[in-house]
Design a protein around this ligand. Sequence first.
Ligand code: GRF
Length: 204
Amino acid sequence: MLLSGRGSNFRAIAEAELPIDIVAVISNRPQAAGLAWARERGIQAVALDHTEHADRAAFDALLADEIERHCPDLVVLAGYMRILSPGFIARFEGRLLNIHPSLLPMFPGLKTHERALAEGVKIHGCTVHFVTADLDHGPIVIQAAVPVRGDDTPDTLAARVLAQEHRIYPQAVRWFAEGRLAIRDGRVNLKDNSTSQSVLATGA
Ligand code: GRF
């Protein structure tokens, strides 16, 4: 589990009673609240401060070595707020998940809620996807949509989306743990599909 701050997606996954062991939580920011929460629960928590390493590729190589020390089957980016170098992504491709607060491929990058409001979209949401070298464009596992209201601010919209993030990220991790996600031609197929891969939140 990689994070940089609050760690609410990490907490949602940790509390979802999934068939997984969270072997480590690693943050590039030593003060991240998510690290403290992990420590309180006896989950191994590691701080690797990126500000002590000038070179991105060198830092990412250290980070990758630290991750591999814990032998995870899956690496979950849960609010990890740094762009990963191509070398890092290549090492974990196919077992690297991210959550992004928009309905990709709309609004890749930062400030998604502000941009959604500025565009006047009526539906917004979040996406769990596999990470590839193409930023915020990897194969989509699951999405959730929420209505955009006329009086929304970036904060009210972010809160509505975040509630859905906490539903779909544990679901995606469960599917991965159950071996149900297959990537073919850049798309994710859900094996034994009886569950929809998108969730429309009503009245959220
Ligand atoms: C979430 O909105 C996530 O989609 C984005 O960063 C935020 C992290 O929140 N990538 P948290 O640290 O999980 O609370």
